[in-house]
Design a protein around this ligand. Structure first.
Ligand code: ZN
Length: 179
């Protein structure tokens, strides 16, 4: 499994209420997901494990070279015009029933630990990292850093822990189902 923390380094990604940065949130969650999966015996590679700049093509190249069974890119959202009333969790896949299953398994678990976040659903998306990877791939948006409901949750270490458990469980459910 390849875990891809979005953005990094000078590319902070979304910046939310109180200055919270997407890159910090998603790196923390990604490192926890990786540890949780490794504890379950899953072989995991991270596209980045530090606050470093990384373009999209090398992330895809790594997953394709490793012939990963699944690729999961982890992000947090921002709304245009930083609308505080826009909140919720969504997971994207590009194509195929296996990509849909991977995204669905993760989305289901995230909603379980974030019942007050609106369900924005499992959706098709054309993001580079899920479009160009050769294996089932999902891009997870863990909530809106600009949203009144989501931002305080994403800023909380204990909630990020819950999100990490949820993503890891979703991936494990997918791997069990798929193999
Ligand atoms: Zn992002």
């Amino acid at each position: 499994v390849v875990i891809d923390p979005g953005h990094g380094g000078p590319d902070s990604g979304a910046v939310g209420i109180g200055g919270i940065k997407e890159t910090d949130v998603v790196l923390d969650i990604s490192l926890q997901v990786t540890e949780l999966l490794r504890n379950k015996g899953v072989k995991v590679h991270l596209t980045r494990s530090t606050e470093t700049d990384l373009d999209l093509p090398p992330r895809v190249a790594m997953a394709n070279r490793l012939r990963a069974n699944a690729f999961i890119s982890i992000h947090a959202n921002a709304s245009t015009n930083t609308r505080k009333d826009v909140n919720g969790i969504e997971t994207f896949y590009f194509s195929g029933s296996r990509g849909f299953n991977l995204a669905s398994d993760i989305q289901e678990q995230l909603l379980n630990v974030s019942p007050t976040s609106p369900n924005r659903g499992v959706r098709r998306g054309r993001f580079f990292v899920i479009r160009r990877t050769n294996m089932p791939a999902a891009l997870v948006e863990t909530g809106f850093l600009t949203g009144r409901i989501d931002s305080s949750k994403l800023a909380s270490a204990s909630h990020r822990r819950k999100l990490s458990f949820a993503i890891a469980k979703g991936i494990l459910n997918y791997l069990k189902r798929d193999n």
